[in-house]
Write a protein that binds this ligand. Structure first.
Ligand code: NDP
Length: 477
């Protein structure tokens, strides 16, 4: 018997994906650079399904039915290239290499083009949900050719998370589309986490609540429109007490957030595309600020002063207002992330259906939430939607939230509590709303020092003012 699918790279993620395939009745070929991982997998979990273990790459390839489907689940970067270089020569026309690691989408574009030349399909796929997701059903975002999806899609859909029986897996688009979308998913995840952290901070510092009380607030919110995996686990973390000291767990953890890079990649790509993903950027920078121990120490040593006036009480129901600010800011962050996906889709000719992304993020992945149903509906209604903020549901939500949202930003500023996520989301919203922006002045400055020219509101063309002359005459540029 031959295997329908093979997995090479059997650390936590690869092992769990292989088990997931086997549990769904597929025969799975398994391989790892060092054979001990392969052996362990079969010894520990061999009873879960049918595995064909191989020590050599040649035997592994020979154990697969054609067209061969080889999932690579190794460290992103050079190790992935090494594995591709090892396997590509062993494969035949029409076979598929599937990179399920967290690759950069530009690497995926490069690899796909190189393997296409050799008659092989290369599928860069996003997989979200961590080890648990890999085992019990992740959200899967495969890129690559439509033909490769025909042969591979049904297997991936089989092991993916489901919502009402519908798989959280869809063909995203050609070459790097899958990894791009996974990257933005992670960027949105950063923003979501930052906003939740700001909500907690305000309830704690302004509201004077304990972490355990705030956990209850989050549990309540989880029953409403904010209901999501991240809100749910936030409540769990806030309820946790340190076994050793009896202190709240959040008080004994060093307050320096780390990152592996997908948030940074999202912002870098957004800068290149010219899409203002301020929510994601603020969250990446907030992590960097928290981790900047030297600068924070210098500030503490210098005693950087806080507000001189004693801040008054929050003008409103703090808890209700923070919920509104959180929801509105979340809408902005998602609107920006989806705009980035649409911009990249246009730039690379990917034809990504944004509504389908919302659909496959409803389960299995870290940002899973009821909220995504509304995003899906918005794009179902108008697939060409320029920004989610103009969809009626989101427009109503943000309009309803905005007074509370503004009060929260004011309170944060008056108390000297950083809320970059809430504040920058509000600034973005006000920027979009503005009839006139001071960008006109910036154009004037640019024309003054660099003769960069400007356009006028009342006629076509490019103009330059002769700033150095006495009469400052305007000329057609
Ligand atoms: P690691 O990223 O820790 O990678 C370990 C695996 O890579 C081992 O199988 C190792 O083999 C193999 N490997 C490393 N270098 C080479 C090489 N040069 N040649 C061949 N094999 C090599 O494993 P994880 O399971 O944590 O993650 C796998 C991928 O999944 C990564 O790209 C990661 O970013 C991504 N990931 C995704 C998550 C998600 O939620 N989607 C969560 C975690 C990870 P050996 O045993 O011989 O050392």
């Amino acid at each position: 018997e031959k295997a329908q699918i093979g997995v090479t790279g059997l650390a936590v993620m690869g092992r769990n994906l292989a088990r997931n395939f086997a549990r769904h009745g597929h025969t799975v070929a398994v391989h790892n650079r060092s054979y001990n991982r392969t052996k362990e997998l079969v010894e520990e979990f061999g009873n879960e399904g049918t595995f064909i273990p191989s020590e050599s790459a040649e035997d592994f390839v020979a154990s697969l039915e054609r067209p061969r489907r080889v999932v690579i689940m190794v460290k992103a970067g050079a190790p992935t290239d090494a594995v591709i270089d090892e396997f590509a020569p062993l494969l035949e026309e029409g076979d598929m290499l599937i990179d399920a690691g967290n690759a950069h989408y530009l690497d995926t574009r490069r690899r796909e083009a190189a393997l296409r030349e050799r008659g092989l399909h290369f599928v860069g796929t996003g997989v979200s949900g961590g080890e648990e997701g890999a085992l019990h059903g992740p959200s899967i975002m495969p890129g690559g050719s439509p033909e490769s999806y025909e042969a591979l899609g049904p297997l991936l859909e089989d092991i993916s998370a489901k919502v009402d029986g519908e798989p959280c897996c869809v063909h995203v688009g050609p070459d790097g589309a899958g990894h791009f979308v996974k990257m933005v998913h992670n960027g949105i995840e950063y923003a979501d986490m930052q906003l939740i952290a700001e909500a907690y901070d305000l309830l704690r510092q302004v509201g004077g609540h304990t972490p355990s009380e705030i956990a209850d607030v989050f549990r309540g919110w989880n029953e409403g429109r904010l209901g999501s995996y991240l809100i749910e686990i936030t409540a769990e973390v806030l309820k946790q007490n340190d076994a050793e000291s009896g202190q709240p767990f959040v008080d004994i953890v060093l307050d320096q957030a780390e990152q592996k890079g997908t948030g940074r990649w999202t912002v870098q790509a957004a800068l290149d595309l010219g899409v203002p993903v301020s929510g994601i950027a603020e969250s990446v920078f907030a992590r960097a600020l928290s981790g900047g121990a030297d600068v924070r120490k210098a500030a503490a040593d210098a005693g950087l002063p806080g507000p001189s006036a004693t801040a008054g009480a929050h003008e409103g129901d703090l808890q209700a207002d923070v919920e509104q600010a959180l929801f509105a800011s979340k809408i902005v962050a998602y609107a920006q992330g989806f705009q980035q996906i649409q911009a990249a889709s246009k730039e690379y000719g990917w034809s990504i259906d944004p509504g389908a992304m919302a659909k496959i993020w409803r389960a299995g992945c870290i940002i899973r939430a009821k909220f995504l149903d509304f995003i899906k509906q918005a794009y179902d209604k108008s697939p060409e939607l320029t920004t989610l903020l103009v969809d009626q549901y989101f427009l109503d939500a943000v309009s309803g939230a905005q007074d509370a949202w503004r009060r929260v930003v004011v309170t944060a500023a008056q108390h000297g509590i950083p809320a970059p996520g809430f504040a920058s989301a509000l600034a973005y919203f006000d920027g979009l709303r503005a009839a006139r922006l001071p960008a006109a002045l910036i154009q004037g400055q640019r024309d003054f020092f660099g003769a960069h020219t400007y356009r006028r509101v009342d006629k076509e063309g490019a103009f330059h003012t002769l700033w150095a002359t006495d009469d400052r005459k305007e000329i057609d540029a």
